[in-house]
Design a protein around this ligand. Structure first.
Ligand SMILES: [Zn+2]
Length: 377
């Protein structure tokens, strides 16, 4: 390395020490070791890979391994993550989903394209696809039979307070009406087997229903996701007048606390254990025969320890009929639920997930949800 090169590197490392440059400008991952020398930002490796897809705007370089010219270093010095955020995040709507390092590639890529390529957050007029309160279009929806995806018309309407889909293109009556106040959406590309796969859930008669959709165009799918978040945001603003945006935003959509296979037995504990797919969604533990079933075989409400809910490792010694060795017992005021996990690691992860829910005191509205579960046949 030449003397000049060494000087540039030293200066670059100094710039990197500014607090704003200590995390990836796009996803917030710690200690970025890449940079865009045309945008003047510091990036994690995985976001730098996405920047390569917008090479007409962003030229990425390794901070330590690539050669840097004086002009480039000077540019990084006068820009940096703070300046880029001030420029490209001027008008991010409160409801718009900001990805984290653990989010799927699609969410991070569309966030990056929205910022730098489409410049959606510099100009409000460019946000129409998700901010208008109405969205209509076709999505591929997974059918019940054989699991093939069929083209279906979807309409999201804040005025009607619902997301609807129609089986026939000219149908007047929707096949399903999903009320905005019970709606949730989360990207599940692996489970659905589609890189843009979105799971939408809603409540019908207080039971959870799932639908699985995707669109070939990643932007379309992320626009739908943000349109759902916008609709929920506006609904919550009316339902909780005066609430702070920072309190409402975490309620717009939620990822599941944990998903995976466990074995379960029935209420008598003498039925053989069966392998089922479990989803822990907030305080609802649901189990499915197939991960892509439209509705759960059963749902269990998990309250708090103050209300006599307990999670214990292991099973009662007399228990029989299980194949997996790592047991978990959930005690509720009504009954005990017995589960087994395939590995010790899974048992530990599920225990931590359940413990987290049980340790959290119940909110007033959660007592109403608990009461619904008690009145179920
Ligand atoms: Zn990143």
């Amino acid at each position: 390395m030449s003397k000049d090169q060494e000087k540039s590197k030293t200066l670059l490392v100094e710039i990197l020490k500014r607090p704003a440059n200590g995390s990836c400008v796009d996803c917030g991952a710690a200690d970025p070791d890449w940079a865009s020398c045309t945008l003047g930002v510091f990036l994690c490796q995985s976001c730098s890979d996405i920047h390569r897809n917008i090479s007409q705007i962003s030229k990425v370089k390794s901070i330590l391994l690539a050669p840097w010219s004086d002009v480039e270093v000077e540019f990084m010095l006068s820009n940096g993550n703070d300046a880029a955020k001030a420029k490209y995040e001027q008008k991010v709507p409160a409801f718009y989903y900001r990805p984290t390092p653990t989010d799927c590639l699609l969410l991070r890529e569309q966030w990056i394209r929205a910022r730098y390529e489409r410049k959606e957050f510099v100009c409000v007029e460019r946000q129409e696809p998700y901010s208008s309160g109405y969205r209509e279009g076709f999505l591929w929806k997974r059918g019940r039979d054989k699991g093939q995806f069929l083209s279906r018309k979807f309409i999201l309407s804040e005025r009607d307070g619902a997301l609807k889909y129609f089986n026939k293109h000219d149908a007047r009556e929707p096949k399903a009406l999903m009320k905005i106040h019970t709606l949730n959406a989360s990207f599940q590309p692996e489970k659905i087997g589609q890189p843009h796969g979105l799971q939408i859930t809603y409540l019908k008669n207080n039971s959870t229903r799932n639908i699985f959709v995707y669109h070939e165009d990643g932007k379309e799918m992320v626009d739908w996701f943000n349109a759902i978040r916008a609709a929920r945001f506006h609904y919550l603003q009316v339902a909780f007048p005066g609430a702070y945006d920072t309190d409402l935003v975490p309620k717009l959509t939620r990822n599941y606390i944990k998903e995976g296979y466990m074995e379960k037995t029935g209420p008598k504990h003498t039925e053989g254990f069966k392998r089922r797919w479990f989803t822990l969604d907030d305080r609802r533990l649901m189990y499915f025969k197939d991960p892509l079933d439209a509705y759960a075989r059963g749902e269990v409400f998990i309250g708090s320890k103050e209300n006599s809910y307990t999670v214990l490792p292991g099973l009662t010694p007399s228990t029989q009929g299980y194949h997996w060795q790592y047991g978990i017992t959930i005690v509720t005021p009504d009954r005990k639920f017995l589960f087994t996990c395939e590995t010790e690691e899974e048992q530990r992860d599920w225990m931590a997930a359940f413990q987290g829910v049980v340790n959290r005191p119940m909110l007033p509205q959660e007592y109403a949800v608990e009461a619904h579960f008690k009145h179920k046949p």
